[in-house]
Write a protein that binds this ligand. Structure first.
Ligand SMILES: NC(=O)c1ccc[n+]([C@@H]2O[C@H](COP(=O)([O-])OP(=O)(O)OC[C@H]3O[C@@H](n4cnc5c(N)ncnc54)[C@H](OP(=O)(O)O)[C@@H]3O)[C@@H](O)[C@H]2O)c1
Length: 264
């Protein structure tokens, strides 16, 4: 079956059943796109899709089960998307395994492979499938969501940081390889973003985190969605292969941030 509304541009956002991916899906729906949401859970993807469709009448919002470790599943989702919408204007690669508590001393090969295959390999093959459609169209925009850990690592996130560093490199290669087909690729590099994992934190724990950031607060998912949308949109039509850091100033600062730097 074909989409009833095939005039709207189409965006796919991976890992969009919650948090930043969800806010990004809402942003694209609000900007007049039809939107595809992916999650490891088909049920969660469809639930998020129906919520967003209810809030943005006119947008077709579809949810797909797509664990990024499963390349056949990735291929199948892009095949379904192409056959339903007949086009793909934007890919936002966002779905990420966080890889907590992994360091150089304790990481075993299975945990290493899981994070790299969820993130680096998952992003790569989503980009490959998107590129096949976009090359035919001679038009498209890809936004990769990286992490400030690839610029300034913290201990115990070594594989996650490396997985995001590779994504930073893909960004420039994809931009160079696909520019001649009218396809741009850029990377948003977030620092701390509010997400569901903050819900259990005490006020003191949140205040201690905020003390580290020159801007004095974390990004909300919508702050990151704004940067993603800008890079995807025609407002950024000559921007490709670049990084947009959205980190409340944390990576600009050397050592621990002193918010009283101007006091005696
Ligand atoms: N939050 C931060 O402070 C922060 C800081 C720097 C960078 N970032 C990056 O910014 C993006 C958005 O952050 P966020 O906090 O909104 O992300 P998140 O919700 O932690 O992760 C995004 C989505 O990825 C999916 N996911 C989780 N584990 C996965 C796995 N093993 N394989 C495939 N998919 C998996 C989840 O969707 P399902 O469970 O529905 O599959 C999840 O909703 C991510 O790319 C993240 O790496 C975040």
């Amino acid at each position: 079956m074909k989409a009833k509304n095939d005039v709207r541009p189409v965006a796919i956002i991976t890992g969009a059943a919650r948090n930043t991916g969800y806010a990004t899906a809402e942003r694209f729906a609000g900007e007049g796109y039809n939107v595809c949401i992916t999650s490891r859970s088909g049920e969660d993807a469809r639930k998020a899709a129906s919520e967003i469709a209810a809030s943005y009448p006119g947008a077709i919002v579809k949810g797909y089960e797509m664990p990024t470790t499963d390349i056949e599943k990735i291929r199948d989702v892009f095949r379904q998307l192409k056959s339903y919408f007949g086009r793909l204007d934007v890919l936002v690669a966002n779905a990420t395994a966080t890889g907590y508590a992994q360091n150089i001393l304790n990481t075993d090969p299975e945990d290493f492979d899981f994070v790299m295959s969820s993130n680096t390999r998952g992003y790569f093959f989503c980009c490959q499938e998107a590129a096949k459609i976009m090359v035919e169209q001679k038009k498209g925009s890809i936004v990769l969501v990286g992490s400030v850990h690839s610029l300034r690592p913290l201990p115990n996130r070594i594989v996650y940081a490396a997985s995001k560093s590779a994504i930073d490199s893909f960004n420039r290669s994809i931009a160079v390889e696909l520019g001649k087909y009218g396809i741009r690729c850029n990377c948003v590099i977030p620092g701390a973003i509010w997400n569901h994992r903050w819900i259990g934190l005490t006020e003191n724990e949140i205040a201690a985190k905020r003390d580290n950031w020159p801007v004095g607060r974390e990004s909300q998912p919508e702050d990151v969605a704004n940067a993603i949308y800008f890079l995807a949109s025609d407002q950024a039509s000559t921007i490709t292969g670049t990084n947009l850091v959205v980190d409340s100033g944390v990576s600009a600062n050397l050592l621990k941030y002193d918010k009283n730097w101007d006091k005696e």
